[in-house]
Design a protein around this ligand. Structure first.
Ligand code: 5GP
Ligand code: ZN
Length: 135
């Protein structure tokens, strides 16, 4: 993917503050961190998002995310973090190369995530049925 920002970072054509690398993954600091230590974990094999990623990569990803999340928490002396992934334009995904955000959380960091709102009467069952039918 010649025009992909993260493919360029993986190839070393664009500099990054790398914290981890193995045969399949790279992790580096987000250039515009939500909190200090905000880390992006990226498979080296290009895919746009979760839906077009090989199952094998996704399986390996779980272990790598655990390993790097541990290191982020230990290194930055916190026990809390958000693990976040945007898939698709409406989700807020800006870089169309699969990546996970590890955002370490700190006391009074002021971050508020995902305000929820209750379903309307009867809506919950309809929504759940749509998902069950698609599975
Ligand atoms: P997305 O919104 O696609 O889930 O997240 C993309 C992330 O990539 C953003 O948090 C953004 O700050 C980060 N980012 C964009 N360009 C660069 C870059 O050139 N280098 C690094 N290290 N991070 C970047
Ligand atoms: Zn890419």
């Amino acid at each position: 993917m010649d025009n992909c920002l993260f493919c360029k970072i993986i190839k070393g054509e664009i500099p990054s503050e790398k914290v981890y690398e193995d045969d399949d993954f790279i992790a580096f600091l987000d250039i515009n961190p939500v909190t200090p230590g905000h880390t992006l974990v990226v498979p080296k094999q290009h895919s746009d998002n979760v839906l077009d990623t090989d199952d094998e990569i996704l399986e390996k990803m779980a272990k790598v995310l655990k390993k790097i999340s541990h290191a982020v928490c230990q290194g930055l002396e916190t026990q809390s973090f958000n693990l976040h992934q945007n898939s698709g334009k409406l989700s807020g995904q800006v870089v169309p190369h699969l990546h996970w955000h590890i955002v370490p959380r700190y006391e009074d960091d002021g971050l508020k995530i995902w305000p929820g709102k209750p379903y309307l009467e009867g809506e919950e069952k309809i929504v759940a049925e749509k998902i069950r039918e698609a599975l």
